[in-house]
Design a protein around this ligand. Structure first.
Ligand SMILES: [Fe+2]
Length: 226
């Protein structure tokens, strides 16, 4: 099985995304809303995954929740042309050949109360959107929070150590350097911390299933105390 059930209405597909010699342990999250599926950060697509997805429901929406997670998006657009293709202005800027049906910028979404999208202001080149699922008290981050544990290939380990996110919950130096308005980011994160979540699901690395709220807060010293 490629899809692993993580929580009520939430599945994860783990894959490796090679980039500049780094093998990023990555995740695609699938959220079931009614009979439809919202695919967050569509990763490497394959036939078996497609067949497992069709048993779960109908792929209704594809969503790339920041400017960088669009590498495999075209594969999914080809496989699911009837789905709504959601992106962000920042994604469109970087991926000029991708055509999105919707560019999210804070408006109402078709997900009703099932999913809340929380834009992280203050880092427009990343434009990350955190995803909160109230029913399962789950919070999904893409590049804002990493939790990559050993073992990893040596070069991956080295590079993640260099950007400060190996074997710890935290925000990379790359993300931090993209922040142009720290106060705006603080404001967004304060709102996120008010949400009633008990699990954090980073795209890169392992879910945080124990003391998630406290662990997340502790990892954010650089934002609030730095
Ligand atoms: Fe990433």
């Amino acid at each position: 099985m490629l899809l692993v059930k993580e929580n009520e209405g939430l599945w994860r597909y783990k894959y490796t995304c090679p980039m500049l010699g780094i093998k990023f342990p990555s995740s695609t999250y699938i959220i079931k809303i009614g009979q439809k599926l919202l695919v967050v950060s569509p990763g490497r697509w394959d036939e078996q995954l497609s067949s497992e997805l069709s048993e779960l429901g109908e792929v209704g929406w594809l969503f790339t929740p920041n400017a960088f997670h669009h590498v495999f998006y075209h594969q999914w657009q080809r496989a699911y042309p009837e789905a709504e293709h959601w992106g962000l202005k920042a994604t469109q800027k970087r991926a000029k050949t991708l055509q999105f049906s919707h560019l999210y910028h804070g408006e109402r979404t078709p997900f009703g109360d099932s999913v809340e999208l929380c834009l992280l202001e203050g880092a427009p080149s990343v434009s990350e959107v955190a995803i909160f699922i109230p029913q399962s008290k789950s919070l999904i981050f893409t590049d804002f929070i990493f939790n990559v544990n050993p073992p990893q290939p040596w070069f991956t380990r080295l590079m993640l150590q260099m950007v400060g996110v190996y074997n710890r919950v935290g925000t990379s130096k790359i993300f931090r350097s993209s922040v142009v308005d720290k106060k705006a980011l603080q404001k967004s994160v304060i709102e996120i911390l008010k949400l009633d979540f008990d699990r954090v699901y980073p795209n890169h690395g392992q879910p945080i299933t124990k003391d998630a709220q406290q662990t997340l807060e502790q990892s954010l010293g650089w934002l609030f105390n730095g």
